[in-house]
Design a protein around this ligand. Structure first.
Ligand code: SF4
Ligand code: SF4
Length: 265
């Protein structure tokens, strides 16, 4: 008797596709994944699709249109487990910068005929719309963590993805701290682990592409960065990148914006 394999679906909302590419980038492991699951819906990889329901859905991207606000409800209803992947899906992405401004002004600057653009005033994470079983962070996500998440959900266990900061990975690699040794501003102390401390390993400060760690003390880091000569208006820009709308970074940038001189943010 043949046993049917669990059905995997990969969905795209507002995003650059980089996190879906991380799955395709698992060159050595992709065949093993394909043996373990039925890749039932993954338009980036194949036009052939299989109808739901799906055992595991990976969702990339944020909600930026009324149609997507509807579609995400259908995706949730068709999925036994739903995991969001990447900064767009977990925090609204770089496109959530509109949440701090007027999206119509942005559209007028970018598009020759902005009247054709139909978009919501905000870009919001998937968890603002439907219950989510797990959030995998990163811009883009780390493929080793993605494989761990897929393996874990296939056997109904919690993924072993640590919630600590990049600093822990940085020390585990034996790096010299760029902030202490060279005075280079680094968001490692408040950023979620997952990249293996990539930037500090090349003597650069972390710019927070994995979003906030599970517990962060951004106000303490603000004081350190101010002492290194980073003014509050630059702190606003440091926290407002790919994960600007993630709660920890959102609060930090709001605090820095309130402290910065008027008209400088
Ligand atoms: S370089 Fe950055 S990530 Fe590494 S220990 Fe220093 S502050 Fe933390
Ligand atoms: S060190 Fe920071 S900015 Fe660099 S890849 Fe890691 S999380 Fe992203």
């Amino acid at each position: 008797m043949s046993v049917s394999k669990p059905k995997l679906a990969v969905w795209k909302f507002a995003s650059c596709d980089g996190c879906q590419l991380s799955l395709l980038d698992c060159e050595d492991e992709l065949l093993t994944v394909a043996e373990a699951v039925d890749i039932a819906y993954f338009l980036e990889a194949s036009r052939a699709t299989v109808e739901g329901p799906y055992d595991l859905s990976l969702v990339e991207g944020s909600v930026t249109t009324p149609e997507d606000a509807e579609r995400v409800l259908q995706v949730r209803a068709a999925s036994r487990r739903l995991v969001t992947i990447g900064a767009c899906a977990t925090a609204g992405g770089i496109q959530a910068l509109r949440n701090f401004a007027d999206v119509r002004e942005f559209a007028a600057v970018v598009y020759a005929q902005p009247e054709f653009i139909q978009t919501l005033d905000t870009s919001t994470p998937i968890s603002d719309h439907v219950p989510v079983d797990f959030e995998l962070r990163g811009c883009p996500i780390d493929k080793r963590q993605l494989l761990e998440v897929i393996s874990a959900f296939l056997v109904d266990r919690r993924p072993a993805v640590a919630g600590h900061s990049v600093c822990v990975e940085c020390k585990a690699r034996g790096n010299v701290c760029v902030m202490v040794a060279h005075g280079t501003p680094c968001l490692g102390p408040v950023t979620h682990a997952g990249c293996g401390a990539l930037c500090p390993s090349y003597d650069r400060g972390c710019y927070g592409c994995f979003g906030p760690a599970e517990t962060t003390n951004t106000s303490s880091l603000d004081a350190w960065l101010n002492a290194l000569g980073v003014p509050d208006e630059d702190l606003v820009r440091m926290f407002r990148t790919f994960n600007a709308y993630a709660e920890g970074f959102r609060n930090a940038s709001a605090r820095a914006a309130a402290a910065a001189p008027r008209g400088r943010t």
